[in-house]
Design a protein around this ligand. Sequence first.
Ligand SMILES: [Zn+2]
Length: 130
Amino acid sequence: MAEELTSQLSKKLKEWLLELASRLNWRIDRVLDSYRLAQRSVIIDVRDDGNSIGGIRLRVPSESRDDVLYYVSVGPYGAKCTCEASVIRGNACKHIVAGLIMWNMLSVIKYGKWLDLNELTWLKPSQDNE
Ligand SMILES: [Zn+2]
């Protein structure tokens, strides 16, 4: 499944997702779970200054339950999610990573800019066993 999905993605996106996985110390399958969550999420707010997108807020569904929604915000200085794993452990959860992927998509589509993961100093290896 993961292989099928990645083969459909552009080379650049694949590289970006692999870099993201390596920064988080996640398996690529886990990042692809977030990719799928991003496709099912709803954008609530976009910080757009006319040159770049400085962050977004979005609503991300639970992986297992459609009636459970989490609220995520991602930006240059940090990220937040309302799920328990994130609130309790302060880790980047799948929802935050979905937000990051969506932020990157918007940035690429609107301004042709890929998010530079080096600039996101809050992005650290995390363990999330949800
Ligand atoms: Zn979360």
